[in-house]
Design a protein around this ligand. Structure first.
Ligand code: 5AD
Ligand code: SF4
Length: 443
């Protein structure tokens, strides 16, 4: 039978940039597109539409997208009907400027408008360039089953947006106000994943600690406990936490369940109280260290990672040294470290970006160097220890080796056995390490 609506068979290729929330969003928008009759493909060559799911958190993230668009012009020259779309944070931030300045962009859709993407593609195919960038107070996509490519590891978005308005951060403007899914819908999704044989679920949100189920009043600790109980054979991780909302109850809940991974990402951002105030983070260094103390008391082996910004406006050498001291005192297993990048519309944008770039780079390098030294020392202590890991994928460097993660989120590379496959639960003994990787042997 003739296909009456040929556009319904369009092939869509999506590229994802930025944080885990964006990767999770790509799975949601992919699912929406498939439900509308489109196909998702893995390479751009045969695509009828190329969508970039973008990040705005730092200037260099946006620059990458502008550069990618220059490359994509080539594809558009080869195929005049090719649709190019910008999704996510950059779509929300730049809105119609994107359509005006980037002539090859046909559609722009913000993070709360993914349901409109099928229609926007249809419109673009008939020559109408379109934009949808309304932010919502209720959209959580909780009825959409994300298109997951792994049958073992799942991202599960439990809330969207952020109400914290840290002074440097563009997220509350691009992702909108905070809203949580119901506990019931999250647990139902977990039960489905459990029945399909998934091994690991990461609960995601910009600030998961402020999760609140409006109906039952359940908080994040309640949700985590309900998740762990609903699927005892699944390991649970979560990110990201905010130090203000890192409650005793949450730490206690983590310590009570073996299937809640002993790993916490707790961004400190700076070790100086004056800078934390300017960042509008809402806590002091003392409060932060108190949370770390509690975590280490209740879960001695728990690994901790963080985010740090170097060169925030007015940051002095003394402030910078205070950050180095906190890094030393906590002993982070890992860190994401950034140079401050001014973002339009944020409160900090009004402050003069007065730390010269060269100085930001110097401070950042000092932070990175110290952090690597600490991680190397901590990983060195892992030698001789036993860990249970979930096999994740073949190692990129050597096809005879695989990688997986410990409960504490450390990457372990190990020689595979005949037939090692994604999802295998393996006991490994560690015999070597660097600052970023452990090396082990299956036992
Ligand atoms: N400049 C540099 N780093 C930033 N981050 C967020 N906004 C900025 C900015 N304007 C970092 C923070 C946050 C992480 C996701 O990105 O450390 O925790
Ligand atoms: Fe941005 Fe702060 Fe919200 Fe994190 S908590 S997303 S840094 S505003």
């Amino acid at each position: 039978m003739a296909n009456t609506n040929k556009h319904r068979k369009d092939n869509i290729y999506i590229e994802t940039y930025g944080c885990q929330m964006n990767f999770s969003d790509t799975e949601i928008v992919s699912s929406i597109l498939i439900n509308s009759g489109f196909s998702i493909i893995n390479t751009p060559e045969d695509a009828d539409a190329i969508l970039l799911n973008t990040c705005s958190v730092r200037d260099n993230a946006e620059r990458k997208i502008h550069e990618r668009l220059i490359h994509l012009k080539r594809y558009k020259k080869q195929n005049k009907n090719l649709v190019i779309g910008i999704l996510g944070c950059m779509a929300e931030r730049l809105r119609k400027n994107l359509l005006e300045e980037e002539r090859i962009v046909d559609l722009v859709a913000g993070p709360d408008e993914f349901r409109k993407v099928p229609q926007l593609i249809e419109d673009a195919r008939t020559g109408t360039r379109g934009i949808a960038v309304k932010l919502s107070r209720v959209e959580t996509y909780s009825d959409i089953e994300p298109l997951r490519t792994s049958g073992v590891f799942a991202w599960l978005s439990i809330m969207r947006g952020c109400d914290n308005f840290c002074s440097y951060c563009v997220v509350p403007y691009t992702r909108g106000r905070e809203r949580s899914r119901s506990l019931e819908s999250v647990v139902q999704e977990i039960e489905k994943l459990r029945d399909k044989g998934f091994r690991e679920i990461t609960l995601l949100g910009q600030n998961v600690n402020s999760y609140k189920d409006k109906q039952s009043g359940a908080d994040f600790a309640d949700l985590l406990a309900a998740s762990a109980k609903a699927a005892p054979e699944i390991r649970f991780r979560y990110m990201t936490s905010h130090p203000v909302d890192m409650s005793d109850k949450l730490i206690e809940t983590m310590s009570e369940y073996d299937n809640i991974c002993k790993y916490i990402h707790l961004p400190v951002q700076s070790g100086s109280n004056r800078i934390l105030d300017l960042m509008l983070r809402g806590y002091s260094v003392e409060h932060y260290l108190g949370r770390i103390k509690k975590i280490k008391e209740l879960m001695p082996g728990c690994s901790i990672s963080t985010d740090i910004i170097a060169g925030f406006p007015t940051e002095t050498e003394e402030d910078h040294k205070a950050t180095l001291r906190v890094i030393e005192e906590v002993g982070y297993d890992g860190a994401f470290m950034f140079k401050y990048s001014p973002r339009e519309h944020t409160k900090a944008f009004a402050l003069e970006d007065d730390v010269p770039d060269k100085e930001k780079v110097r401070r950042l390098n000092e932070i990175i160097e110290l952090q690597h030294k600490i991680a190397r020392e901590l990983n060195n202590k892992e030698i001789g220890r036993l860990h249970t890991i979930v096999a994740e994928s073949p190692s990129k460097k050597n096809p005879l080796e695989w990688m997986g993660r410990t409960d504490t989120n450390k990457v372990v590379v190990f020689p595979s056995l005949n037939g090692t496959k994604e999802g295998d639960l393996l006991n490994v003994k560690i015999h070597g390490s660097t600052s970023a990787t452990l090396f082990g042997e299956i036992i």
